[in-house]
Design a binder for this molecule. Structure first.
Ligand code: PRX
Length: 656
């Protein structure tokens, strides 16, 4: 099973209506209701968002201006004061939700914990006071490098509470990748754990932090806070390192939420692009709060009795928006799972659904494809009847995988929301609303109300139905990224200068190709830049190339995505060696490990092919299109006349 092709999805004509029983109880009950909201938002976006901001969120002080738009820089709810941790916690305490489960956590070795809103509030306040005692102030940056344990969410909310900016780094990233991100964000403090359980082993997070900070490589970091999770042996550096449980003990649980300006920075999250090092995507307070709140409420159709489970890691945007902020702002019960399916327990996801009676389940197509391989006897052996809604995110879902998800996991009764969005967009942009939108397998369907999405050519002209083009957004939205941390020019160049402005209107360029069908449904085809999507993880090919070239044996490297049955794409690297090195299996293995050390296991090349030379144009540009064809074993099609040396191609075909 592979990624959808234009041909396969053009033939996809199946249409699934929302079940009547679902629609009756849903927040948005019909396509007409969706259309009405969509039209209202389109006619007056500012009024649409302002009305929702007033109704759905708590404000210490109301804004003066809804939107200040100096393209490409947007400010939402200017002059307003609020705090997202207040919206996620305090405001629920005066309601019956006070003793409702806020966070249900299932640990990998089978331990578990439930925190009510009152308990989560208490822990967050205490940890916020710990941060203050260590000198963390409003505006400081805090690095969070954690396993999937409640303390990760507690640390995020505690930062938000005192106005510190968090920068969560996925626990699967290497020490080198962590160091780069901490340096770029000038983190003052790092929160980590002694280790995290992962697939029957331990990820030595604290050891990685030690390597990242060695030799004062990140001089801004003053303190490291360590959660005891695995109790393995670690080094504690005097004065710098402290145990979370030591400092949390006896600390006051009284810590009022700091009134933050709407546009104060909430977090930085690094993501890969087609050029240079990863970008620090900046999200701010009020717009992000509103956007994640509304999208969670309407797309997952949250009801107060639901147990909601998003399987992402908090190290990614999906974890930020749809494990922590969106669900908690809505007063939902959000489930966090430390584990991942593995050979010794391939049915663990289905066990979790049965154990907690999960109602809403949100995962990635790569996981679904892996489940298909593991066999439907695993989910069939569990009681999944509590499920009422399914979601997917991270990459295009092929119609076969969609159908399997619908039939085997959803029992043909659960709508599926295929949600298209990005780190940069803050929240979901194109998606069905489950009680309203008929779905087509493989299509993310239609834009969320307030999102003016389009498919255009490079001149910015809307293109015809069923023709491929670039996916763009035409009007600012509250959850959009505000800038690249420390590099506003890069923000402008990356997202706003690829497509010509239309009638003075700037278009946000997502980097994805898409097609819109005759019903106005969007079919996202994947990246149009040098970004690959490996198991739902976004990787810049240039990042992997830089990692390879930093090895002394490598003269030149070109990385492309190779279609993969389960991961969607896999990393395929063409490598030219320095004169004194000879190709060998041993060296290929060493280079793969080198990439893991530089970036993390998610970037490990599936294959390395040694070559004497790269196929280049006369002006010296590597012809990636040819390499992509070669990697996927296809015949090289299209124009090769610009190739400088045609014999290179023959050699590459032979795998020289
Ligand atoms: O190519 C699109 C793909 O994932 C990219 C965004 O990656 P990231 O910032 O890591 O965020 C992932 C989680 C939001 C997009 O540019 N993508 C994400 N969701 C979908 C998708 N492609 C097709 N369909 C989706 N539902």
């Amino acid at each position: 099973m592979s990624q959808p092709t234009i041909e396969s999805i053009l033939q996809e004509k199946r249409l699934f209506q929302p079940p009547a029983e679902f629609s009756q109880k849903a927040h948005i009950k019909s396509l007409d209701e969706y259309q009405e909201l969509y039209d209202k938002a389109k006619a007056d976006p500012q009024k649409f968002w302002a009305d929702l901001a007033e109704k759905e969120l708590h404000w210490f002080q109301k804004w003066d201006t809804v939107l200040d738009w100096q393209p490409p820089f947007a400010k939402w709810f200017v002059g307003g004061k609020m705090n997202i941790s207040y919206n996620c916690l305090d405001r629920h305490l005066t309601t019956w939700r006070r003793n409702k489960a806020a966070l249900i956590w299932e640990g990998e070795p089978g331990d578990s914990r439930t925190l009510t809103y009152a308990q989560l509030h208490r822990e967050v306040c205490q940890f916020a006071n710990v941060l203050k005692q260590l000198g963390v102030k409003k505006g400081d940056r805090v690095g969070i490098y954690m396993p999937m344990i409640p303390e990760a969410a507690i640390a995020m909310l505690a930062c938000a509470r005192i106005g510190a900016t968090h920068t969560v780094v996925f626990g699967g990233f290497s020490a080198e990748a962590l160091r780069d991100r901490l340096i770029d964000g000038q983190a003052k403090l790092v929160v980590t754990a002694d280790g995290g359980w992962r697939k029957d082993g331990i990820v030595p997070l604290k050891d990685q932090v030690d390597i990242a900070l060695a030799n004062n490589a990140v001089p801004t970091v003053e303190n490291v806070l360590v959660v005891k999770r695995t109790a393995q042996q670690i080094q504690m550096e005097p004065d710098r390192d402290h145990w979370w449980h030591d400092l949390q003990q006896g600390v006051s649980a009284d810590c009022p939420a700091e009134p933050m300006d709407s546009e104060d920075m909430l977090f930085i999250l690094y993501t890969s692009g087609s050029t240079g090092k990863p970008k620090g995507v900046v999200h701010t307070t009020a717009g992000y709060n509103l956007y994640t709140h509304m999208t969670t409420k309407w797309i997952f159709d949250l009801q107060d009795t639901d147990v909601y489970w998003c399987t992402a890691d908090v190290g990614w945007i999906t974890g930020h928006s749809y494990i922590v902020y969106g669900p908690l702002s809505n007063g939902a019960t959000t489930l966090m799972y430390e584990g991942a399916p593995r050979a010794s327990n391939p049915g663990c996801f289905w066990d979790v659904i049965e154990k907690y009676g999960v109602n809403i389940f949100y995962t990635a197509p790569t996981a679904i494809r892996a489940f298909i391989k593991m066999g439907e006897h695993l989910p069939k052996a569990r009681n999944l009847s509590s499920l009422r809604l399914l979601g997917t995110v991270g990459e295009p879902i092929n119609p076969e995988a969609w159908m399997w998800y619908y039939r085997v996991i959803g029992g043909e009764r659960c709508p599926i929301v295929d949600t298209w969005w990005q780190t940069e967009t803050g929240g979901v942009m194109i998606t069905p609303l489950p009680g309203a939108t008929p779905t087509k397998p493989g299509s993310a369907t239609r834009p969320f109300p307030g999102i003016l999405a389009d498919v255009v050519d490079l001149e910015g002209n809307t293109i015809g139905d069923n023709e491929g083009g670039y996916l763009v957004v035409k009007h600012p939205w509250p959850g959009m990224m505000r800038t690249v941390y420390g590099d506003p020019d890069r923000f402008r160049r990356t997202y706003w200068e690829h497509i010509a402005p239309q009638d003075g209107q700037y278009l946000y360029f997502a980097g994805d190709g898409a097609r819109r069908d005759e019903d106005g449904y969007f079919w996202v085809m994947g990246r149009v830049d040098d970004v690959i999507n490996v198991a739902g993880h976004r990787l810049g090919t240039m990042e992997v190339e830089s990692a390879l070239v930093s090895h002394p044996a490598v003269a030149e490297a070109a990385v492309v995505g190779k279609p993969d049955e389960v991961k969607g794409e896999d990393v395929f690297a063409f490598v030219t060696l320095e004169g004194s090195y000879d190709p060998s299996d041993q060296l290929a293995k060493e280079l793969k490990e080198h990439v893991v050390k530089e970036i993390g296991a998610i970037a490990r090349p599936g294959e390395i092919r040694f070559t004497d030379a790269m196929p280049k144009t006369r002006s010296g540009k590597i012809m990636r299109r040819l390499l992509r064809s070669l990697a996927s074993g296809q015949e090289v099609a299209g124009d090769t006349s610009t190739l400088e040396d045609r014999s290179v191609l023959d050699k590459l075909r032979g795998g020289a």
